[in-house]
Design a protein around this ligand. Structure first.
Ligand SMILES: [Zn+2]
Length: 324
């Protein structure tokens, strides 16, 4: 079956009834503890979600990955897991499958892998992210780079969660920003504040957004031994507010995969492995001790550590201005 709103609603209903693990995890999600923490004026939600331990504590080093069966490959998925086909018109040779994520953070949480087992690298595939955002106007799409939270860095995939969940969707308009580039269709800006170096790309033209995205990606810093710049990306088709009918893309520039709190012994330990959802304003703590402990101070420390330093941001912004 192909991806459309009706088939997606039917898939959710079918999977939550027939797949016990998914059904019970979605049921448990409705009862998770949530608390609000404001950091530098930005409204975070913290979610205590024990089922997410599988992702937050995932071993993503090359050896561990090579020794496990890829859970996104069709032949390794549970027989009960069904999906919808999605073919991106400009890349018909590489179809995607839209799956229900059995370890949800969102009330509706999708995983969208390529059919083929292909490395998690965004260049050449962002176009599919924009088109999926257009196909799924009730969802926010997200991409976690191979060293930025993806628990399957060996199999290309997006995820998506229902809109109205990530706090940045609504708060973005209130954040101070600096315009770097503007055309009739597209604006690129640097969003100031807590998420240092956050680049916002807002466009009513998916093809122009795609061209600009590839240009930005080409000038982002690449760490030694890495296949792509460290990024998390959110992308949605906005249906209200100042960006109505536009594709909104947020590019978070990362410096570190996991913060020192993740590895700390004793009281300093917080098992939080930041990825797109956390940067979108919903912090996931799989352990209850961390849910209660985490406050404005730790969140600020984590953000400071995992995002690129302000000094590097300015150099990147200058490069982006040059290339656009
Ligand atoms: Zn695979």
């Amino acid at each position: 079956m192909i991806l459309n709103t009706q088939n997606l609603a039917a898939l959710f209903e079918e999977q939550l009834n027939s797949w016990e693990q998914a059904g019970s995890n979605y049921e448990a999600l409705a009862k998770v503890l949530v608390k609000d923490v404001v950091v530098d004026g930005f409204p975070f939600k913290v979610q205590f979600n024990p089922a997410r331990i599988v992702s937050s504590a995932a071993k993503v080093d090359a050896k561990s990955i090579s020794e496990r069966k890829c859970f996104l490959c069709k032949e390794n998925r549970p027989a009960v897991q069904k999906g919808l086909d999605y073919i991106n018109n400009s890349d018909t040779a590489n179809p995607y499958t839209v799956l229900i994520n059995p370890f949800p953070i969102f009330p509706k949480h999708l995983t969208i892998p390529l059919l083929d087992h292909t490395l998690q690298l965004i260049s050449g595939r962002f176009d599919a992210m924009l088109n999926l955002a257009g196909e799924l106007p009730d969802y926010t799409l997200f991409y976690n780079g191979p060293k930025c939270g993806a628990s399957a860095p060996d199999h290309f995939h997006f995820q998506a969660g229902n809109k109205g969940f990530l706090t940045i969707e609504k708060h973005l308009e209130k954040m101070e920003s600096e315009v770097l580039f503007r055309t009739e269709n597209t604006t690129v800006s640097k969003v100031n504040g807590l998420f240092k170096g956050l680049i916002a790309l807002v466009s009513d033209s998916p093809s122009q957004a795609n061209d600009i995205f590839e240009k930005i990606l080409s000038v982002l810093p690449l760490k030694e031994g890495e296949a792509e710049p460290m990024v998390n990306i959110l992308c949605w088709y906005e249906t209200s507010g100042v960006n109505k009918d536009k594709y909104v893309t947020l590019i978070y520039l990362r410096d570190k995969h996991r913060p020192s709190h993740y590895f700390a012994e004793g009281d300093g330990n917080i098992l939080l492995s930041p990825a797109s959802v956390d940067l979108g304003g919903v912090l996931i703590t799989p352990l209850e001790k961390d849910f209660h402990k985490i406050s404005e101070i730790e969140i600020k420390e984590i953000m400071d550590e995992i995002l690129i330093p302000e000094s590097v941001t300015n150099a990147i912004v200058n490069k982006i201005k040059t290339v656009l």
